[in-house]
Design a protein around this ligand. Sequence first.
Ligand code: PAF
Length: 282
Amino acid sequence: MEIIRDVTAMQSRVTALRQQGRQIGFVPTMGYLHEGHLSLCRAARIENHILAVSIFVNPAQFDRQEDLENYPVDLERDLVKAEAEGTDLVFVPEQKTVYPPGYATFVEVESLSGRWEGAYRPGHFRGVTTVVMKLFHIVKPHRTYFGQKDYQQARIVHQMVKDLDMDVEVIVLPTVRESDGLALSSRNVNLTAEERRQAPMLYRALCGVADRVKSGEQDARALVEEMHRVIQEGTSATIDYVALCDPESLESLEKVEGPAVALLAVRFSKARLIDNLLMNTH
Ligand code: PAF
C-alpha cells in the first residue's frame, strides 16, 4: 500500500495507472474507518483494478469549530484497516495542501444543499462538494463509492457529477448497522453509554414509519409526528429534523404515494447523528 501526501505525486501516480488501462475505484473518507467505510472499500476492491482511499478531515465542511475539534482521528489504525482491505493507494493530504493560502474556489449544488442538513449546518455541503470535486481531480477515479447513511450527501454528489458532466460513476451502497440497528458513524464514539443505549431508537422510528407506509398510511404529517414521538419518548436527544421526502428533490411530501425517503438528524450531548430509510411503496 502506497501512502501519498502530495497532490502532484498522487496525480502522476493515477495518471500513469490510467495510461496502463487500470480502472480506479475511490473511497473518500474523513478517517476513523469503520465497517461502513470498509464495506465501500470491499466493493471498490472487487469492481476495480486499483483501490484508492483518501483520509482527510475536511475543515470546509464543518460549520462549528467544536465539531471539527471533536472529530475522532486515528491515522495509524486507519492505515492498518485500509491495508487489510487491499487498498493500493492512500491519499492523506495535509490541510495546507488541499487549501493553500489564497484558496478561493468553491463548488455548490444549489437548492438540494440548502435543505435538511444544509439548513442546520450552513456551508456544510459547499465544503463537501468542493473537497469531493478536488479529490476527484486528484485521484481521477473511474468509480467512487459513498454510503447511503449520508443520503443527502450522496444525492448532492450525484447531482454535481451529472450537472458538471464529470466522467465518474457514483455508487451508493447500503448503510451498515450495528446489530441493534444503530447506523455506523465515526461520531458514535462521542455518545455516552446511556445515549448509546438509546440511539437504536432512531432506526426503530424509521422502521416504524416504513411499516405504517407498507400498511397503507399515506399521510406524511401523521408519519412524521409518529417518528417525533418515538424519538422523543425513547431518547434524550434533541431533534433537528425528521422528514419524509421525495428521494430525488428532497422536498417534503404531503402524501406518500410512491418512493419516499425518511430523513432524520438529532443531537445527543456530544454527538449529532443522522439516519435515513428509503421506502418504495410499489
Ligand atoms: O462522508 C464523508 O466522510 C465526507 O463528507 C467526505 C465525502 C469524505 C468529504 O469530506
